[in-house]
Design a protein around this ligand. Sequence first.
Ligand SMILES: [Fe+2]
Length: 285
Amino acid sequence: MSRLVSVSMTFSGSFVLALSRIILFINCFLSARGKIPSTLDGPFEPVTVPFDVSLRGNAVDLPDNDSRVRRTVKGFEPEQISVSLSATYDSVWISWITGEFQIGYNIKPLEPKSVASVVRYGRLRHPLTGEAKGYSLVYNQLYPFDGLQNYTSGIIHHVRLTGLEPDTRYYYRCGDPSIPAMSGVHHFKTMPVSGPRSYPSRIAVVGDLGLTYNTTTTINHVISHKAALVLLIGDVTYANQYLTNGTGSDCYSCSFSDSPIHETYQPRWDYWGRLTLFLLFSLAL
Ligand SMILES: [Fe+2]
């Protein structure tokens, strides 16, 4: 189940997974031809790599009380900050969450407009001369069955930056300056201008990332290989392996066959956003 399918730019390094296959593929060509091939050198014969039996087969989910998935901000300070590539090199989306999610029988959704969506940015860390405003929304999961808990998210903010220079580092802060509740200063690098001889040098393709102890290894691997662009193809946290009371199982249909509808434990989305941000900021810098 995917809530997020996006192309994410690196904060300075970034994420992997199916990367082991890609790396093996690249190594194969490196040794044979002495250079990294591009799509212009193709088409290539498909290469299948045997499964590495040393990998852990049974992925274990991070529990709710793991410090890396807990909320660390106060009030309406931004959390779960992400940077996504927009249509071309000159535009990116900055997204984040403010306020606490709620799960239970009597939830009261937050008012999205109560917290502004502002990004201050620029090529210099000080001063950040650019400013862009965006929009906000709240996501709800409401079940029409007694006994199932409902979920409402924190306020989800999206701001699109435009007119950016290619292949350039930008610094930014996001939040609501009137509260005040702004993030710290972070940075990203824009893509090069698209062309036959101009493209991101390293692209990581990641799927089925999950929210397990293996996820840490995967993201660490992507970061260590300095991917310029991460293509996140879906299946992130597997919230659908849980009941609304937070009880999980490796086999939903085996364990919860009497559930009136396929339940989910929505806070897993927030946990995923926190873990990935934690890893990117702590490992990539
Ligand atoms: Fe999957």
